[in-house]
Design a protein around this ligand. Structure first.
Ligand SMILES: *Cc1c(COP(=O)(O)O)cnc(C)c1O
Length: 361
């Protein structure tokens, strides 16, 4: 294929990408494409909503949630933090209680799937509760979109941030978000919201979305846009529901296999487990350091956790990596690496438990 020319990103192509993203986000709200990785867009969102003193309820169940709260604070918001241990999810009734205690809260921010902890928050329940209390609901769905059901409109999510390179199987470097009318009102009412800035959501709204999408603002990176469009094509041809089901099946099978091996999943409740990565506790008698290398020798890529995640192992299964057929290899490799370290596990039982889940679909 010849390299696309420098003017590949025409208004029609960019509008088409936005439409595809809107259907993946399941929204009729504005969708904007951001020319940088998701952490930059999340910072832009935090700056856009945080005016001095605005009361924000920030849910923390992992490092991305904690980081968003730090930004809100930096930009002058009053942050009320609702925090749970990193192996758990924030319960919807805890959010309801916090909103009853502080009826002046204007923003509720949360992460859907935390890709470091392998946990997931019940956005489906929290969104409508927070929205009904008048809050602007801000969700970091970077690691969940494409891996688990996500209904922006139905769940009343006002700002929903995603990226192509996790469960959607695209490449990193760009990100996107839906923005509801309620969210735009909040941003417009914030005198500190970025203007004439790369981080300005309002500039994008004015110069592109509200200007008949007639001329593409800035200088989009052609390679990234071509790659994003290609990822969306692949999603469309596989079918979003199928992509989601594949991630769910892999997560369920891997978890069953881990239990079958006699190991302990990190997320205590299955309902709190994410579908993008699976985390587990390393048995205390296993030296973590050389364990990774041993697992890699047999074909399992595992990452060990630090800080709050110390003593945990993570297995990623996002995008093209979410294949039921790979679960059995990973479990066999994990099991054999543990056996090599003198830890007793039943490798066959682990593989069989996962296979049973895969077979049932
Ligand atoms: C990966 C991730 C991000 C950051 O996305 P980048 O595009 O890599 O900056 C943000 N939030 C969550 C939950 C993630 O998993």
């Amino acid at each position: 294929m010849p390299a696309p020319s420098g003017d590949w990103v025409t208004p029609a192509r960019l509008s088409g990408i936005e439409q595809e993203l809107a259907s993946v986000l399941r929204t009729s709200d504005d969708v904007l494409v951001f020319q940088a990785e998701a952490v930059a867009l999340l910072e832009a969102v935090a700056r856009s909503i945080a005016r001095p003193g605005i009361p924000c309820l920030n849910l923390v169940s992992g490092p991305y949630g904690r980081g968003f709260g730090i930004w809100l604070e930096q930009f002058g918001a009053e942050v009320i933090s609702l925090e749970v241990p990193y192996d758990s999810a924030v319960a919807a009734n805890a959010v309801e209680e916090a909103l009853t205690q502080r009826t002046d809260i204007e923003v509720v921010a949360l992460v859907h799937a935390e890709s470091v902890t392998g946990t997931s928050n019940p956005v489906r329940e929290i969104g409508p509760i927070a929205h009904e209390r008048g809050a602007v609901v801000v969700v970091d769905a970077v690691a969940s979109i494409g891996g688990t059901p996500l209904e922006t409109d139905e769940w009343a999510l006002d700002i929903n941030v995603g990226a192509p390179h996790k469960c959607l199987g695209g490449s990193p470097g760009v990100s996107f978000a839906s923005v509801s009318e309620r969210a735009w009102e909040l941003v417009r009412g914030n005198p500190a919201a970025p203007r004439d800035s790369f981080l300005s959501l309002l500039d994008w709204k004015e110069h592109w979305l509200d200007s008949d999408r007639s001329s593409v603002p800035g200088t989009p990176n052609v390679a990234e846009m071509v790659s994003l469009a290609a990822a969306l094509d692949r999603i469309r041809s596989e079918g979003l529901d199928h992509v989601i089901a594949r991630h769910e099946l892999v997560a369920r099978a891997l978890r069953a296999g881990i239990v079958g091996l006699g190991l302990e999943p990190w997320a205590a409740e299955e309902s709190a487990a994410a579908t993008c990565v699976t985390t587990l506790r390393i048995p205390r008698d296993v030296p973590e350091v050389d364990f990774r290398g041993r697992a890699a020798l047999y074909g399992a890529e595992v990452a060990s956790g630090h800080d709050e995640m110390a003593g945990s192992l993570r297995i990623d299964h996002m995008g093209a990596g979410a294949q039921p057929s790979e679960v059995l290899t990973q479990l066999a490799a994990l099991g054999q690496a543990l056996l090599d370290h003198g830890h007793t596990v039943d490798v066959g039982a682990g593989v069989q438990a996962a296979a049973t889940v895969v077979a049932a679909g």
